[in-house]
Ligand binder design. Structure first.
Ligand SMILES: Cc1cc2nc3c(=O)[nH]c(=O)nc-3n(C[C@H](O)[C@H](O)[C@H](O)COP(=O)(O)OP(=O)(O)OC[C@H]3O[C@@H](n4cnc5c(N)ncnc54)[C@H](O)[C@@H]3O)c2cc1C
Length: 380
């Protein structure tokens, strides 16, 4: 295979990056940095036709094709037998508010999709982190904050425009005439898929009373918090999703100074049906030591894109109070915000209806959910 210095001629009509170029370096620096990637070439298509051209090129040169949107799921080493398809430019987002459907490029991230969808009071079945890609997430099943009331992201998938191994453009859908394409959709719904996706179409859900946030305690509170949470799980409202994790807290706001760099208990929660679904949990938590940080409810959907940390720096979560140990009253959950929840009808927020109490929990230390308990390995 021949490439010129910047790889532009390697695949006709498709931008490519050869080793040594800035584009190559960027595309082969996945978000999961534990994987090393040294593909023969990177192709960065901007249309499904370009994806098809890249796949045909790979077939002609006996290369494996590996798609990558964000690299969050990058797990294996890539070597000189690989053409890496950087799909991050396949990022167009179209929201059909009337039909509650999103059509998005396979390189789109959840943060971008939900930022567009929330403008019309809708959300996708996203997970905990806004910079995770819609494709890898959905094709792997996709469990998120809305899974309890609405189901997995894979269950919302309607169709996938994809390129098969021979370089042909196809559409996986339940109503496809070719049985292969009907089976392909089944494979994309959590089974990893069968080709290179270029565009996904999926259902959105109306969420007008999202309520979300997180609490932090020093690690010493772990037993008390887990016990209170576990006793209460059977009484959770049907839309409440929670996650307890042991993490090492990052530095800087909004983490209380006493917790920065320390092991902490992180309890995050979200309900798409308002605070009522969390009432039993909130009540149970009054029996444990007061958390040193309580962000409930995070004020709005700005956090979808910018993350909790940015919002706090800019004062938008300014009411999420930091409680000092002296403030701690074992009978109270400290640090609640007194701020009125943002109104979706507020023109400043560009959204038209309903109440909106929550935000993206993943911006700070967002992790898994679904009423799960887990520990992250903590470096010492
Ligand atoms: C911070 C963080 C939070 C997370 N939170 C959640 C969560 O809440 N719930 C949950 O279920 N998972 C969660 N995950 C896991 C995440 O869903 C997977 O890592 C997923 O694979 C990431 O998808 P991606 O497209 O961003 O990653 P990429 O590394 O770009 O892609 C991962 C894989 O997806 C497939 N893929 C990507 N694009 C295409 C395409 N165009 N065509 C065909 N296949 C493609 C490929 O197999 C690829 O190897 C989280 C991961 C991280 C890092």
């Amino acid at each position: 295979m021949s490439t010129n210095e910047n790889g532009l001629d390697a695949i006709k009509g498709v931008r490519t990056y050869a080793p040594g170029s800035d584009g190559y370096k960027q595309a082969t620096s996945p978000r999961n940095s534990s994987a090393t990637q040294h593909p023969l070439l990177v192709a960065a298509p901007t249309s499904i036709g370009q994806v098809a051209a890249a796949v045909r090129h790979a077939a002609a040169h006996d290369l494996r094709v590996v798609p990558q949107a964000t690299g969050h799921g990058a797990a294996s080493e890539l070597g000189a037998d690989v053409l890496l398809l950087d799909t991050s430019r396949l990022n167009a987002i179209q929201i059909d508010a009337d039909r509650r459907i999103a059509r998005v490029g396979a390189g789109a991230t959840w943060g971008a999709v939900d930022s567009a969808a929330e403008k019309v009071g809708l959300l996708g079945r996203a997970g905990s982190a806004p910079d995770v890609g819609v494709s890898g997430f959905t094709f792997g099943g996709g469990a998120g904050w809305l899974t309890r009331p609405y189901g997995l992201a894979a269950g919302a998938l309607i169709a996938v425009d994809f390129v098969d191994g021979t370089g042909h453009i196809r559409r996986a859908a339940d109503d496809a005439t070719d049985e292969v394409d009907r089976a392909a959709l089944w494979a994309y719904r959590g089974g990893g898929g069968v080709g290179i996706a270029a565009r996904l179409e999926f259902e959105l859900v109306p969420v007008d009373d999202l309520w979300a946030g997180f609490l932090l305690w020093p690690i010493e509170a772990l037993d008390a918090v887990v016990s209170a949470w576990a006793r209460c799980v059977p009484r959770f409202g049907a839309a409440l999703a929670t996650s307890i994790a042991v993490l090492r807290a990052p530095s800087g706001p909004p983490i209380p100074r006493t917790l920065q760099g320390q092991q902490v208990v992180h309890l995050s929660m979200a309900s798409s049906r308002g605070e009522g679904d969390a009432a039993a949990l909130r009540q149970a938590l009054t029996a444990v030591p007061a958390p040193l940080l309580d962000t409930l409810p995070l004020p709005t959907f700005w956090l979808l894109e910018r993350g909790v940390e940015d919002a706090v720096h800019e004062g938008e979560v300014g009411e999420a109070q930091e409680a000092t140990p002296e403030d701690g009253d074992a009978g109270q959950v400290a640090g609640r915000t007194a701020q009125e929840p943002a109104q979706l009808g507020d023109p400043a927020h560009g959204v038209s209806q309903g109440r909106w109490h929550g935000g993206w929990l993943g911006g700070l230390v967002g992790q898994s959910h679904l009423n799960s308990l887990w520990c992250q390995s903590v470096p010492h």
